[in-house]
Structures are given as structure tokens and as C-alpha cells.
Design a binder for this molecule. Structure first.
Ligand code: BGC
Length: 386
């Protein structure tokens, strides 16, 4: 496998552009309250009243920048004022952000939590102010005060990743490297559980050999894992959704792997950001002759990696549909209508009225049809696309 420094450099540049700005909020009503200052990145609307407040986990991943833009445009078009704040990996900042938005009169608070359990306190506070609270993409657990949840079918994401790896495996003894998202994210459990449901029978029958997790190995005879068991595995294979952690872990795994665990390998990577960094690490190991690696989010750099044959697949979660669903719920609440939901999701305290959206596998074979022809991205954003 060759390295493609130019594309890596281009990805890093894209990331650093995405990370720009966000110099804090001079008008933060909570400054001086002991909490970290609210992070307002919507320079056009960093003070004054807002109807809808949105809090996203980080601006360091292209995925959430897309959501920000879609929220800002969609809510303006729907005729509502809004402000998007980022938590930047801190539950304390997330809470300050909620307080800031509530202080600015937000009647609907949409939160994609940094930590799905810790966010319950922020939800309770928003609710006390009279706001309606919507969990976005990631469920917020253990609070009765969460009003709605909009997200994707996270089990189906993991199943799609597992099925892809399985479709590429022949014979027995194929080395399988497992990586997961952050254990603070409810989705990470569902992604892994979905993948496990497909991979576990194939670990049992010898198709795959787990290469990097003694915890997964110890549970290999269990088709269904409970939360605690999943937690044990995640504790060992987590990337924390951080591509540096992913890289360090992949390097350590390869250092301790013997020759039998190299050659043609299979890698369950939880999302695109971590997939790119794990893929680069495996590509740099001369004893790895070929790898198949999963991802999710159709991030632009990963679509390029797929075109270039450096990432095998990604799972398309159409964020146009997700922001649209959240905006529709918010509009219905603000217009005094009864919000439409299609199902419920148990968050440990209640059945939360929810909308759960479908996902789609994207590989080199259907990338044009799925991503370009649907207008999600423009062909000019990529090189080598046929
Ligand atoms: C989201 C993914 C994202 C990951 C890391 C998950 O909760 O569903 O789309 O890649 O968080 O931010």
C-alpha cells in the first residue's frame, strides 16, 4: 500500500479550515458564573433573542460543521431565529451553552450531547426554563425531561459495517481488528452491537480471528451482549472518536500482532475520521498486504479515500434528512402544533417520542449514484471520480 501524502495534507487543511473561527462569545450572559464560557460560532447571531438553540459536540469533525450549516440555513428559511454553539469535548461547556441559549429566550433546545449521560443535567435545566428539548443524533439517557429524539438507525450502521467486512472475507482465520466510538456516546454501543450481531457468528465459525481485543475474545461465544459486556469491549477498543487515539491504538495493536494477524486484514472502524487514521497506520505496515476498512458519515476526505482505494466503505447518513426532521419538530413546537414522531426510543427513564432514519452503504461502486447524483456533494470536490 502506498501512502498519499498530498491527500492527507489536503484533508488536514480541510479540517483546519473547518476548525477556524469560533473565538468565544463576548456577549455570553453566563460569563463569570464559574462555568466555561459558551462557545458561539455563529458570528452572525451571537447575541440577542433566539427561538431555537442548537448545541453540537465539536467543530473538529467535518460531519458536525455540515449539520451546523444545514441548521442555520434551514431555520432561517423556516422563519426562525437560531444560534449554533459547540461543546468542544466538554460537558461543562455544553451546560454553559444550554444556559446561554435559555438566557437568550430559546424555546426549543436541540442537543447532540458530548456525553449522553452527563447531558441529562443540561436537559433538566433547559426543561425548567420551559423549553422543549430535542436530542439530536445521539440519545440523551436517564432523564424524563427529554421531549424528543431524532437520529439514525445506529444498529443498522453497525450491521452495514459488519456485513461489508463479511462480504469480503473468504476462508478461515481472517484477522479482524475492532475499533469503536466513545463510550460516552450511546450510538457507539449501538454501532458496535449491530456489527457484533453480524460478525460474532463468523468469529464463532472461524471465518474471523479477533486480533486486538481480549475482552471481545472472552465474550466471543455470546451472540447478544448486554450494556455492561459491550462496555467492557468498548473500554478496550475505543477511539474516543479521536483520530489521534485511533492512530495510537492501531499502532500499538500492530506492534503486538504476530505474522498470522497481518497479511490480508479486516478492520471495523467506527467512523470516517478514525477510519482514515487507522487506514493510514495499517497502510504503513509492510506486513499488511491488503486491508478492508469500514467507516460512516461520507465525509469528503473519506469519499476521496474510497475513490482512491484507501477506505473500503462508508455508511451514508443523510444529514439533510436529519436536520430537516429536527427543524420540522422545532417548527411544530413553535407553531403550537403537535409534533409528529414515528416511534419511541427508551432512554432508561422513559420512552422518548422519536424519528429514526435509514442509512445506506456506500462503496466505490455506488459512490457516484449515492453521493453525487443525489446532490449531497458536487463531483468537482473530488479527483478521479468516473
Ligand atoms: C455520530 C457519527 C459521528 C460520531 C463522532 C456519532 O454519534 O452518529 O456520525 O461520526 O458521533 O462524532
Amino acid at each position: 500500500m502506498k501512502k498519499f501524502f498530498s491527500i492527507v495534507a489536503a484533508s488536514l487543511l480541510a479540517l483546519s479550515v473547518g476548525c477556524g473561527g469560533g473565538a468565544g462569545n463576548p456577549a455570553d450572559p453566563n460569563s463569570g458564573n464559574g462555568n466555561p464560557p459558551a462557545q458561539d460560532n455563529n458570528a452572525s447571531n451571537s447575541s440577542g433573542d433566539v427561538q431555537v438553540g442548537i448545541i453540537l459536540p465539536t467543530k473538529d469533525e467535518p460531519r458536525w460543521i455540515q449539520d451546523q450549516t444545514r441548521f442555520e440555513n434551514g431555520l432561517t428559511q423556516a422563519g426562525f431565529t437560531s444560534s449554533v454553539l459547540f461543546s468542544q469535548g466538554s460537558s461543562a461547556t455544553e451546560r454553559s451553552n444550554v444556559e446561554a441559549l435559555v438566557g437568550r429566550g430559546a424555546k426549543v433546545i436541540i442537543i447532540c450531547p458530548q456525553d449522553g449521560t452527563a447531558a441529562a443535567g443540561a436537559v433538566d435545566e433547559a426543561k425548567q426554563s420551559g423549553a422543549t428539548v430535542i436530542a439530536y443524533d445521539r440519545l440523551i439517557t436517564n432523564t424524563e425531561n427529554l421531549d424528543y429524539y431524532v437520529g439514525f438507525d445506529s444498529k443498522a450502521v453497525g450491521e452495514a459495517q459488519g456485513e461489508y467486512l463479511l462480504s469480503k472475507a473468504t476462508g478461515n482465520g481472517n484477522p479482524l481488528y475492532l475499533y469503536s466510538g466513545a463510550a460516552t456516546d450511546n450510538n457507539a454501543f449501538d454501532f458496535f452491537a449491530g456489527a457484533w450481531s453480524v460478525l460474532q457468528p463468523k468469529i464463532q465459525d472461524g471465518t474471523f480471528v479477533i486480533a486486538n481485543s481480549s475482552e471481545a475474545l472472552a465474550l466471543a461465544d455470546k451472540a447478544e451482549l448486554d450494556r455492561e459486556e459491550l462496555g467492557k469491549i468498548l473500554g478496550q477498543i475505543t477511539t474516543d472518536w479521536d483520530f489521534n487515539v485511533a492512530k495510537t491504538k492501531a499502532e500499538a495493536n500492530l506492534t503486538s500482532a504476530d505474522a498470522k494477524l497481518k497479511g490480508n486484514v479486516f478492520i471495523l472502524a467506527p467512523n470516517d475520521g478514525t477510519a482514515r487514521s487507522i487506514a493510514d497506520t495499517f497502510a504503513a505496515d509492510t506486513a499488511v498486504t491488503h486491508y478492508e476498512i469500514t467507516g460512516q458519515d461520507v465525509e469528503i476526505p473519506s469519499v476521496q479515500y474510497i475513490i482512491d482505494g484507501k477506505q473500503s466503505m462508508t455508511v451514508f447518513k443523510d444529514t439533510r434528512e436529519l436536520t430537516e426532521a429536527a427543524i420540522k419538530l422545532a417548527s411544530q413546537v413553535l407553531n403550537g402544533e403537535t409534533p409528529e414522531t414515528t416511534t419511541t426510543q427508551n432512554n432508561g427513564s422513559k420512552e422518548v417520542p422519536s424519528k429514526i432514519l435509514d442509512v445506506k452503504t456506500v462503496t466505490k461502486d455506488n459512490v457516484k449514484e449515492a453521493i453525487i447524483d443525489t446532490g449531497y456533494y458536487d463531483a468537482s470536490q473530488f479527483t478521479g471520480l468516473e
